[in-house]
Design a protein around this ligand. Structure first.
Ligand code: AMP
Length: 219
């Protein structure tokens, strides 16, 4: 059975870090819309340049365009056995469209972290300019542990107003997603303020539990 997981949570809640770990342990791809857009920006495509202007201000791309990008990505061969979505959906319209694409309910994990902690994390976060890996506490913040690339501060993490604005946009556009998913047996919220290893442990346990519940329902 293909595994379709959605990682929800505000900026710097740890979605990306946890999505990588889970994807590795499940042998399926992590699909990050932020990474797709940053790659497009680096390649200097028309979409990339438009996306960069919005990302640097902490604004979201339009739903129609984002849905098109994700549809194309999910149709690729490597996504046939499932995927971990990081950064999509970010609006209720995107979530409705994902339900239609899947013909079933994805497993949804919300990482809850207080705003003060998120602002500190955004301010201190370092990512690889080459492969987009995120530096975890205790790992090198100069050279990427994965590819040796240079660790940098993301453009949208470097400005105080943009950091705050992204939290405001999250509250307005993405928090309603919690109400959209909350009533489902395929939704779990985890305390994302814990150490990454503890979050990963709880996340794996919750996914396993949801898989059991949904496969029982099917049989
Ligand atoms: P992230 O790396 O997930 O924090 O995303 C970085 C930026 O990419 C966001 O602040 C948005 O500007 C844009 N972005 C990523 N995913 C989406 C999405 N699903 N819908 C709209 N904009 C997005």
């Amino acid at each position: 059975m293909a595994l379709h997981v959605v990682m929800l949570g505000p900026p710097a809640s740890g979605k990306g870090t946890q999505a990588v770990r889970l994807a590795q342990s499940c042998g399926i791809p992590k699909i990050s819309t932020g990474d797709i857009l940053r790659e497009a920006a680096q390649s200097g495509t028309e979409l990339g340049l438009r996306a960069k202007a919005l990302m640097d201000r902490g604004e979201l791309l339009g739903d129609t365009e984002m849905i098109g990008i994700v549809k194309e990505r999910l149709a690729r061969k490597d996504a046939a056995n499932g995927y971990i979505l990081d950064g999509f959906p970010r609006t209720v319209r995107q979530a409705e469209e994902l339900d239609r694409m899947l013909h079933s309910e994805p497993l949804v994990i919300d990482l809850a972290v207080p705003d003060g902690e998120l602002l500190t994390r955004m301010q201190t976060r370092r990512v690889c300019s080459g492969c987009a890996a995120i530096a975890e506490p205790g790992l090198s913040r100069e050279a990427c542990e994965r590819c040796g690339g240079t660790m940098i501060t993301r453009a949208d993490d470097s400005d105080e107003q943009v950091r705050q604005h992204r939290l405001d946009v999250y509250g307005r556009e993405s928090k309603p997603l919690l109400d959209y998913y909350r009533g489902r047996p395929t939704f779990r919220s985890i305390n994302g303020a814990q150490a990454p290893d503890q979050v990963a442990k709880e996340l794996a346990a919750q996914i396993e539990q949801m898989v059991t519940v949904t496969s029982r329902k099917r049989s």
